[in-house]
Design a protein around this ligand. Structure first.
Ligand SMILES: [Zn+2]
Length: 380
């Protein structure tokens, strides 16, 4: 198993002094980028087919540092990163005609972020605190799984990006891990039926039903939208409400993310093989109660696959079977009910009298189809 590089996103809680410093740093990175680009344009306006090297751009940036002393006072690896970003923007432009010539970064259009490189063998995480050059210790929050990973001894820190989305601050911690903690094989298999109904969006062959709801967040979003429609646009109250609205949107997204992370981890921990129907990529599940949010199943499957690769590389992992008749067939005797309506929630077999939840019956069929090696040829 080779080295694996991953970016772990955590929510950080900087104090007011650190926040102020971050915003200055965002501005300086933008300034370094724009100044370097401006200098390059002034020199080579007539011929932009010459690809500037990183070294050359860095030289231009160093000249700007002499002109603007506040740039010189800034954390230097974040400014170098700006030059690296500009250099790759030039790369893209010269490689692909679809890309535009690098443009100036504007405060409103561009994401507020800066990146620091981390010296080799330096540990920047201590429990739930990360230490950032120039800014000191900052508390952060993440899932127990990532907390354990970030605190483990066999990872190497590469770089860290600090970003602000208009509401919260985040750190994207880029790490290389050469010895991910693997989970033991259990030998267990499970079938999963995916639905978009109120019976649970995911139902397993063991009868477990998964629900996810963000009703509270949805209600708040609806409520704030109603309040906003009564205000004058861009007024002080409107802006305040907009911030609150963003807070609930973020909350909803984060809740979904957390939920998916936890669920996929627990599934991979418990089972070596997880069987789904083949047509999954087209399914978009509506979850979250009345005002639904659309959740692409392909994203969920991808997370599962990644976790298998990472935690259980020797397991069978995510597998698929043909979807035909999985809900119309009795898992017990094999009888096929042709006239099963979508509304009918309970499976009652006219042949053997088996009574079971409709989706659980389907999930068992999905699992059996995989276990019996049923392929496209011998499904009816
Ligand atoms: Zn039956």
């Amino acid at each position: 198993m080779g080295d694996r590089t991953v970016g772990v996103v955590v929510r950080i809680l900087p104090n007011s002094e650190q926040r102020e410093g971050f915003h200055r740093n965002f501005g300086c990175v933008r300034k370094a980028y724009n100044e370097t680009l401006g200098k390059y344009n002034a020199l080579y306006e007539k011929d932009n087919s010459i690809k500037p090297t990183y070294t050359f751009l860095n030289k231009l940036m160093k000249e700007s540092k002499k002109e603007y002393l506040y740039l010189d006072a800034m954390e230097s690896t974040s400014l170098q990163q700006a030059v690296r970003d500009l250099s790759s923007a030039f790369d893209n432009f010269l490689k692909n005609p679809k890309h535009n010539h690098p443009k100036f970064h504007r405060k409103k259009e561009n994401r507020n972020s800066f990146r620091q490189t981390i010296p080799a063998n330096k540990k920047i995480i201590d429990k739930n605190e990360l230490s950032l050059r120039r800014y000191g210790k900052i508390r952060f929050r993440t899932s127990p799984e990532y907390m354990e990973l970030l605190n483990s001894d066999d990872i190497k820190f590469n770089n860290i990006t600090i970003a602000y989305d208009g509401l919260n601050y985040y750190a994207i911690i880029n790490i290389t891990t050469n010895n991910p903690k693997q989970l033991p094989l259990t030998g267990d298999k499970i079938g999963c039926d995916i639905n978009s109904n109120r019976n649970g969006w995911l139902v397993t062959s063991e009868g477990i039903k998964e629900f996810f709801n963000v009703n509270h967040e949805n209600q708040m979003i609806k409520h704030i939208n109603r309040l906003m429609s009564k205000c004058r646009k861009q007024s002080r109250r409107w802006k305040k409400l907009q911030k609150r609205l963003q807070k609930y949107y973020n909350k909803r997204t984060n809740k979904l993310k957390d939920y998916i992370e936890k669920l996929t981890y627990n599934l991979v921990k418990k089972y070596d093989t997880i069987v789904f129907e083949k047509n999954y990529s087209t399914i978009k599940i509506l979850i979250g109660g009345e005002q639904n949010i659309i959740f692409p199943l392909s994203g969920f499957i991808q997370r599962l696959k990644n976790k298998f690769k990472w935690y259980k590389p020797d397991a069978e992992g995510v597998v698929f079977v043909d979807a035909k008749n999985t809900s119309k067939k009795c898992h017990h005797c094999g009888h096929i009910k042709k006239e099963l309506k979508v509304k009918t929630r309970k499976w009652i077999c006219p042949e053997c009298g088996m009574e079971l939840d409709r989706d659980v019956n389907a999930a068992i069929n999905i699992l059996n189809r995989w276990c019996l090696g049923d392929s496209l040829e011998n499904t009816q």
